[in-house]
Design a protein around this ligand. Structure first.
Ligand SMILES: [Zn+2]
Length: 283
């Protein structure tokens, strides 16, 4: 990512600089500077990428963040996070700084979802146990902190279609309040190919989970992952390396769904983030 940006900057600079100059050298020198760069304000549900001096120790939300060789770090902002967020940075030279980031609140309208099978809203005990077991497996797959910066790619839409459900909205299933919607829904027909929005490694693939049907988790590194639910078909297996744009599955209406759509959720570890905000980063 940084290489691409640098290259772009050099291309833009080229017509202005008749010969290689000291300025280009200064630009490269910036890579090892001592600055800490985070947005001053972020939205609830955002994925935040910041920059610290390489080799720093960085803590946020009770975690030590992985720091890339270029000093990139990433974390997610929860749906109900109020802020201000505190990111503690200990530089390799021994100095410390805390970045304070404001959180702009969002509205969470209520979405009523009627016509879902009643047994998926109030499952009997045996089913509740199955749901908990399956959820634990998915949760486990999100604990990884792989040293891959696939999350820094510009994310692509996994399918093209109308947004039929937004992240965070308060869901009421058959009149009964549920939790906030954990991802975004895109209404597309069954069988529509699902493409990887960014590269990653498959960390969970289940053809038939009770609530979420065909379920796939793709890990983008540093704790950032995507999940795709209600799939009619899964084309990949756990451990597969996936390139951006590769077809990984097909849309369906399996599990608790009222019709065919892709549910795309994203996480930073167990914090759910909004895929739409991640897509908008690339604009
Ligand atoms: Zn959904």
């Amino acid at each position: 990512m940084r290489t691409v940006l640098m290259f772009g900057a050099l291309l833009l600079a080229a017509p202005l600089l008749p010969a290689p100059s000291a300025q280009a050298q200064d630009g490269i020198g910036d890579l090892v500077d001592n600055r800490i760069v985070f947005p001053t304000s972020v939205s609830q549900g955002a994925m935040v990428i910041g920059k610290v001096p390489a080799g720093s120790n960085v803590r946020y939300g009770g975690r030590e963040l992985r720091v890339s060789g270029y000093g990139s770090v990433v974390f997610g902002v929860g749906r109900d996070e109020k802020g201000p967020l505190q990111v503690q940075v200990h530089r390799p030279d021994g100095s410390s700084e805390t970045a304070s980031i404001a959180v702009s609140p969002r509205d969470w309208p209520t979405e009523r979802v009627n016509g879902v099978p009643p047994k998926t809203v109030n499952p009997p005990p045996a089913i509740a146990e199955r749901i908990a077991r399956e959820q634990a497996q998915v949760t486990e797959s999100r604990k990884r902190d792989d040293n891959r910066t696939d999350f820094s790619q510009t994310f692509l839409w996994p399918v093209q279609g109308r947004i039929s459900g937004r992240f965070g909205n308060a869901r009421v299933y058959n009149g009964q309040p549920g939790s906030g919607h954990s991802g975004m829904d895109i209404a597309v027909p069954t069988g529509t190919p699902v493409k990887a929005p960014a590269a990653g490694i498959v960390t969970f693939a289940g053809p038939d989970l009770y609530l979420t049907g065909g379920t796939l988790v793709l890990d983008h590194g540093y704790g950032i992952s995507s999940n795709f639910l209600h799939l009619s078909r899964i084309d990949v297996k756990v451990g597969d390396r996936i390139e951006q744009g590769q077809t990984i599955a097909a849309v369906g209406a399996t599990g608790r769904a009222t019709g065919p759509h892709l549910h795309w959720g994203m996480n930073w570890f167990d914090t759910r983030i909004d895929p739409l905000l991640v897509l908008e980063r690339g604009k």
